[in-house]
Write a protein that binds this ligand. Structure first.
Ligand code: PMV
Length: 308
């Protein structure tokens, strides 16, 4: 039994989403495939499931499989530690493969909920944006209240996230990966400390929320100029919140020469940035010259799926 799920890119609203502001993400055309079959012992790619590399696979199996040992095989095109949702994709694909072994139909809302729990088990995840995007595909707006085109709602403690379907034009995005991986948890905690201590930083988080809504409106109209300017502003606010990195600055500056706009994506502190541009090859070349691993990505409409 096998399943696949896409990676994601946060277009607007990372970090602010942790404080109940909206965020906009899209699935991208890099996928992770997970194969699962009953075996005499627990293994992944022929190695022990105890290897920390497989912690999401192990935690997903622990939540979704009550039978005997399984052999997993993981094939992923999504770079790890780059803010592109590799852990969410492997979690979602594992849950879908294991549900298939149980004979259950493919149920993206239920997979999205369990995947958020799994990410919580492993890393104390702050929002379900990655896992829901891997399950749903396409573009999603996350916010604390229900609106039009609601897909599903995820609750934890006193908080809730309502995931809404957004229809955006197909976008070509250029990603620049700094090659520096930074853990999400401490970055989220750092922003919380600032927001608790400083009204200016709390205001910045609110402004990011408004940028997300304005950015969504601009993208829906295909107004890439306006969307790019909002990306630049969002990036400046994220820097002010302390999640930037000198290498990210170098890449964002290099990309802007031939772009509508550029910003970090995901948790920051390293990780990746992306640019919105009509000249993706030029931007990729500029990013490589500035020292990044750079590649073109397209938005991906399809979420989790079973493989034949
Ligand atoms: O770690 P990433 O790249 O998946 O992005 C984290 C996004 C945050 O908003 C910073 C945290 C969250 O859980 O939403």
């Amino acid at each position: 039994m096998a399943a696949s799920a896409p990676g994601k890119l946060i277009l607007f609203g990372e970090h602010a989403v942790v404080f109940g502001e909206p965020a906009l993400s899209t699935a991208v055309d890099l996928r992770t495939e997970v194969y699962a079959r009953p075996h005499t012992e627990w293994l992944a790619d022929g190695a022990s499931l105890e290897d920390s590399k497989y912690r999401y696979v192990k935690a997903a199996a622990a939540r979704a499989w009550k039978g005997g040992p399984l052999w997993f095989e993981v094939r992923s095109m999504i770079p790890t530690g780059a803010g592109l949702g590799s852990s969410a994709a492997v979690t979602v694909a594992t849950l879908a493969a294991v549900a298939g072994l149980r004979g259950a139909p493919l149920d993206p809302p239920s997979i999205a909920r369990t995947a958020f729990d799994v990410e919580h088990d492993v890393q104390g995840r702050a929002s379900p944006i990655d896992t829901s995007t891997a399950a749903a595909g396409g573009a999603l707006l996350v916010r604390p209240t229900e609106g039009a085109d609601l897909l599903w709602t995820i609750r934890r403690d006193t908080r809730q996230w309502c995931l809404h379907r957004c229809v955006l034009p197909r976008l070509t995005l250029v990603v620049g990966n700094t090659g520096i991986s930074a853990a999400t948890g401490p970055l989220v905690a750092g922003v919380k400390a600032r927001v608790d201590a400083s009204p200016e930083d709390a205001e910045r988080v609110k402004e990011i929320g408004q940028i997300t809504l304005d950015g969504l409106a601009a993208l829906r109209k295909n107004d890439l100029g306006a969307a790019g300017r909002l990306m630049d502003r969002d990036h400046a606010l994220l820097n002010a919140l302390g999640v930037g990195h000198p290498m990210l600055e170098r890449l964002v500056t290099a990309a802007r020469r031939h772009s509508y706009g550029a910003k970090l994506t995901g948790a920051g502190g390293g990780g990746s940035m992306f640019a919105l541009t009509d000249e993706p090859e030029k931007v990729a070349a500029d990013l490589r010259a500035a020292g990044a691993k750079a590649f073109l990505l397209a938005t991906e409409p399809e979420g989790v799926r079973r493989l034949p």
